[in-house]
Design a protein around this ligand. Structure first.
Ligand code: CAA
Length: 382
C-alpha cells in the first residue's frame, strides 16, 4: 500500500519532488517563514516542472496526473516547506480542479493553459462572517443583462495576493442557503476588485492569506462555473478533493518533525549517553512513526478511492482529521524531544509546530470533518 505499491510513475514523481524539495526548497524554508516571503522563484520552477498543472489534461498544457501522485508530491513539498505545499494546493486542488470538473470546454481552453503556465489560482468561499457555515455566505451576485454584479468580501483566501484567477462563490438567490449559491471563474484584474486585509499568521507564513473585495464587479454570464444555484456542490466537491491534499501536507509536516527528532536524539547527550538510548525518547519516536504511517495510509486510501472514481467524501475527511491531529501531536512531542532547543528558531521544529496547526483549521476544521464523517456513517446505516 505504501511506497512499494506505488506505480513506477508515482515512484518517479515521489523521487523527483523529494530531490527538488531537498535541494531547492528545504534550504530556504526557514527564510521564507521568517520573512513571510512568497517563494516566487520556487513556484516558478514548480510551474516549469509541471506540478502547477498536476491534474490538467495534457491537451490544455498540464501534466494529466492522478491524485495519488499528487498526495505523494504534496507530502514531499510540505516536508520541506509547508508554505510551499499550501501554495501548490490552493492552486491545484482548489482552483484548477473545479475548472477541470465543472468548466465548459470554452472555460477550460481559456483558463487551464494559463494556469499551467504561470497564472496562480485561488479559491474564494469564506467570508469574515462565514467560515465553517459555508452556506451562510453573503456576497451577492445580481444578474443584469448578460452580466452578474458582485458585491461582498471574501476572506482567508490562500494565494489571494498573487493569484490572477479565482474561483468565487456568491449568492444569486439570497432567500436560499446552499441552493442559492453560484460559482464563478473571475480574472482578478477586472474592475471592481481590490485586495482587503492581509492576515499576519502563526504558520504557513510564506503564503498570502487575504481578503478580496468585490464592489459592483461585473462578471460575464460565460464565467458561471457549473450551473446557477449549484455552486455549493462545486464548493463541497472541490473541498472533498482538497482535504486529501491537506492530509498529505500534514503527513509531510509530521514526517519532517520525526526526521528532525530522530536526528537530534542521536546527537544529543544527557546523563552520559545519547538521548535516543532512553526509552522515554524511544517511545515518543515510536508513537510518532506509528501515527504518521496510519495517517499516510488513510491519505493514500482516500486518494486511491478518488482515482478509482468512487465516492470518497468520508475517506477524505477521515484522512484530513486524523493526519492533521497527528501532525499537531507529533509536532508538540517533537519540541519536547528537542527540549529548550526545540523552542528556539535555531531548529526547524518550532516552524513545523506552527505550520501543523493550520491543517486542523483550513479546508474545514476538525469539527467540520467530524460532522461530515458522522453524517456519512449514519447515512450508510439507512
Ligand atoms: N458533495 C456534494 N454535495 C454535497 C456535499 C459533498 N461533499 N456535501 C453537501 N452537499 C450537498 C448536500 O447533498 C445538500 O444538497 P441538497 O440541498 O440538494 O440536499 C447541500 O449540499 C447542502 O448540504 P448540507 O445540508 O449538508 O449543508 P450544511 O449547511 O449543513 O453544511 C458542511 C455542510 C459540511 C458543514 C459544509 O458547510 C462545510 O463543509 N463547511 C466547511 C467549509 C470549509 O471547509 N471552508 C473552508 C474554505 S477554504 C479555505 O479554508 C481557504 C483556503 O484558501 C485554503
Amino acid at each position: 500500500m505504501l511506497s512499494s505499491s506505488l506505480t513506477q510513475e508515482q515512484r518517479l514523481i515521489k523521487n523527483l519532488v523529494s530531490e527538488f524539495a531537498e535541494k531547492e526548497i528545504k534550504p530556504v524554508a526557514s527564510e521564507i517563514d521568517r520573512n513571510c516571503a512568497f517563494p516566487a522563484e520556487i513556484v516558478g520552477k514548480l510551474f516549469d516542472l509541471g506540478f502547477m498543472g498536476h491534474f490538467v489534461e495534457e491537451r490544455y498544457g498540464g501534466s494529466g496526473l492522478d491524485y495519488l501522485s499528487y498526495v505523494v508530491a504534496i507530502e514531499e513539498i510540505s516536508r520541506a516547506c509547508a508554505s510551499t505545499g499550501a501554495i501548490v494546493m490552493a492552486h491545484n486542488s482548489l482552483a484548477c480542479v473545479p475548472i477541470i470538473d465543472f468548466g465548459t470546454e470554452e472555460q477550460k481552453k481559456q483558463y487551464l493553459p494559463r494556469m499551467c503556465r504561470g497564472a496562480v489560482g485561488c479559491f474564494a468561499l469564506s467570508e469574515p462572517e462565514s467560515g465553517s457555515d459555508a452556506a451562510g455566505i453573503k456576497t451577492g451576485a445580481v444578474k443584469k443583462g448578460g452580466v452578474y454584479i458582485l458585491n461582498g468580501t471574501k476572506s482567508w483566501v490562500t494565494n489571494g495576493r498573487e493569484a490572477e484567477v479565482a474561483v468565487v462563490f456568491a449568492k444569486t438567490d439570497k432567500t436560499k442557503r446552499s441552493g442559492g449559491i453560484t460559482a464563478f471563474i473571475i480574472d482578478l484584474d477586472a474592475p471592481g476588485i481590490s485586495l482587503g486585509k492581509s492576515e499576519s499568521k502563526l504558520g504557513i507564513r510564506g503564503t498570502s492569506t487575504s481578503q478580496i473585495v468585490f464592489e459592483n464587479c461585473e462578471v460575464p454570464e460565460s464565467r458561471v462555473l457549473g450551473k446557477e444555484g449549484e455552486g455549493f456542490k462545486v464548493a463541497m466537491e472541490t473541498l472533498d478533493a482538497g482535504r486529501i491534499g491537506v492530509a498529505a501536507q500534514a503527513v509531510g509536516i509530521a514526517q519532517a518533525v520525526l526526521d528532525s527528532s530522530t536526528r537530534y536524539s542521536r546527537e544529543r547527550e544527557a546523563f552520559g549517553k545519547k538521548i535516543s538510548d532512553f526509552q522515554a525518547i524511544q517511545f515518543i519516536l515510536a508513537d510518532m512513526a506509528t501515527g504518521i504511517e496510519a495517517s499516510r495510509l488513510l491519505t493514500y486510501k482516500a486518494a486511491l478511492i478518488k482515482d478509482r472514481g468512487e465516492k470518497y467524501t468520508k475517506h477524505s475527511s477521515m484522512a484530513k482529521l486524523y493526519a492533521s491531529e497527528t501532525a499537531m501531536r507529533v509536532a508538540t512531542k517533537g519540541i519536547q524531544v528537542h527540549g529548550g532547543n526545540g523552542y528556539t528558531t535555531d531548529y526547524p521544529v518550532e516552524r513545523h509546530f506552527r505550520d501543523a496547526k493550520i491543517t486542523e483549521i483550513y479546508e474545514g476544521t476538525s469539527e467540520i470533518q467530524r460532522i461530515v464523517i458522522a453524517r456519512q456513517v449514519l447515512s450508510e446505516l439507512l
